[in-house]
Design a protein around this ligand. Structure first.
Ligand code: PRP
Ligand code: GLN
Ligand code: MG
Length: 512
């Protein structure tokens, strides 16, 4: 998952975008970038590999001038990890000059890349699907612009054309130099995008973000979500226009945002992530009581951070004590979104350390939000036993992850998933637990639907169900992404910093 921001303000936006990226850091730790735009049309970019605080220095911030801008934190799903050439935003110089930041993953990006080259004579220089997306948008806009007068209608027609050509998940913010900010969301609204307003004496300012937490902390009031298929165009001087650009939009948001990705203090599509997680805890408790009414649990312990809300509620519902048995090193990032299995494995032990007294001689119920590769659960169960636990049960607030995720979460091969080819008893054995309990999919959907007040009942659940909402994913597609990933030339080895871009600042540590 990535985090995106787009802003049209009345004063310089460099600090606001930097601060906003810091609150979206949990959505991507691989690279970060900001582009600001001046009314004259001049744009400034700085991006680099690593965490937000490592990419931007004071001197870089000073060069980011302008009252309009976009920003991105990357967690790669296409192309390769730690490849500076794929850090976002991307830039293309025609028409007008456009920069774009994308959260999601396009399922037809190879096709798009070919079409761009063969039919539209546009060169895509990286393996990033987002660069392809930018070029599709630029091409469709160029086809429609007649002069230097760019009307909202033309922008919306270009977005409508993008919806027709592009498949998969995309929440997008872009700046058209000298004209304004464009934001749009795919016709299923798989990835989130919220819009906030900040009134000033000089007029309203607008901030679009992946999560509402960025609006809260920047002093913007959450106004609404960008609708699935909708595009919003805000001119440099703050005139706002919006239009539905998809033929058959239908909100089917990604349920994994609520399970793991988003911060609990965010509200997306009107759903409080925190409330959804509390409901998951309730439903998981009911399942445990139903399938193992005699289970002898002394204490419920969360695997920090993400499972805390669900674990707390599960303990309440079962009438059991809840204890913080693992202390998290706050300086280690999220392990699931780190590239490379060996880094992830090492990080679990660096990140979490048990408090002996909570384990010694006890039967513990460990609760996590999800078990994906099993990296965390295997280490944690072992740590609980080493700390003296008698029995170790493990509960997951999400169902077993059995299918690749193709819409912006990096879990593409079935071979990597611990649940592949194993039932619950075998998974328990694999992670060394006495028993494993998974949430049922219907109960997970119910938990999130309840948090929406019953307004939203369908979710993108493919990694649990194998049903892909965009309708273009079949066995052959999954086999193809799996074989590409398994090949020695894929991902990290794609390497090389083929950086062709706006005259930008690049974090210096990457210029070796
Ligand atoms: O089965 P796995 O492949 O290990 O993946 C699942 C684990 O990874 C995530 O934690 P992460 O450390 O990324 O973030 P958190 O601190 O927000 O829980 C998630 O919360 C699970 O704990
Ligand atoms: N996680 C995401 O949203 C990734 C965006 C884009 N597919 C990339 O790999 O850069
Ligand atoms: Mg975790």
């Amino acid at each position: 998952m990535c985090g995106i921001l787009g802003v049209v303000a009345k004063t310089p936006v460099n600090q606001l975008l930097y601060d906003g990226l810091l609150v979206l850091q949990h959505r991507g730790q691989d690279a970060a970038g900001i582009v600001t735009a001046e009314a004259s049309g001049v744009m400034h970019m700085h991006k680099g590999s690593g965490l937000v605080r490592d990419v931007f220095r004071t001197r870089n911030m000073r060069s980011l001038m302008g009252n309009v801008g976009i920003a991105h934190v990357r967690y790669p799903t296409a192309g390769s990890a730690s490849n500076l050439a794929e850090a976002q935003p991307f830039y293309v110089n025609s028409p007008f000059g456009i920069v774009l930041a994308h959260n999601g993953n396009l399922t037809n990006h190879q096709q798009l890349k070919d079409d761009m080259y063969r039919s539209n004579m546009r060169h895509i220089n990286t393996s990033s699907d987002s660069e392809a997306l930018l070029n599709v948008f630029a091409y469709e806009l160029q086809k429609r612009v007649k002069s230097f007068e760019l009307s909202p209608d033309t922008v919306f027609e270009a977005v409508a054309a993008v919806h027709k050509r592009v498949r998969g998940a995309y929440a997008v913010v872009a700046v058209i130099a000298g004209y304004g900010l464009v934001a749009f969301r795919d016709p299923y609204g798989i990835r989130p995008l919220v819009m906030g307003v900040h009134p000033t004496p000089a007029g309203d300012e607008y901030l679009l973000a992946s999560e509402s937490v960025a609006l809260d902390t920047m002093g913007f009031k959450l106004e609404r979500d960008v609708e699935p298929g909708e595009a919003v165009f805000i001119t440099m001087d703050g005139q706002r226009y919006s239009r539905q650009c998809a033929d058959a939009p239908r909100l089917v948001p990604c349920i994994f945002e609520h399970v793991y990705f988003a911060r609990p203090d965010s509200v997306m599509d009107g759903i409080s992530v925190y409330e959804a997680r509390l409901n998951m805890g309730d439903n998981l408790a009911d399942k445990i009581r139903r399938v193992s009414p005699e289970l002898d649990i002394d204490v419920v312990i969360p695997i920090p951070d993400t499972s805390r809300a669900s674990a707390l509620q599960l303990a309440n519902r079962l009438g059991l004590p809840y204890r913080e048995g693992f202390i998290k090193n706050r300086y280690i990032g999220r392990t699931f979104i780190m590239p490379g299995q060996s880094t992830r494995k090492k990080s679990v032990r660096q990140k979490l350390n048990p408090i002996g007294v909570e384990f010694k001689g006890k039967n513990v119920m460990l609760v996590d939000d999800s078990i994906v590769r099993g990296t965390t659960s295997k280490e944690i169960v072992l740590m609980a036993r080493e700390a003296g636990a008698q029995k170790v049960y493990f509960a997951s607030a999400a169902p077993a992850v059995r299918f690749p995720h193709v819409y912006g979460i990096d879990m593409p091969t079935r071979a990597e998933l611990i649940a592949t080819g194993r039932d619950e008893a075998q998974i328990a054995e694999e992670i060394g637990a006495d028993a494993v309990f998974y949430q049922d999919l219907a109960a997970l959907e119910q938990a999130v639907a309840d948090a929406s007040g019953g307004r939203i009942t369908t979710f993108e659940t493919s990694c649990f169900s194998g049903e892909y909402v965009t309708g273009d994913i079949d066995e052959a597609y999954l086999d193809q992404i799996e074989s590409r990933r398994a090949s020695p030339l894929s991902r990290d080895s794609d390497g090389g910093s083929r950086l062709l871009d706006l005259n930008i600042g690049v974090a210096e540590q990457n210029l070796i």
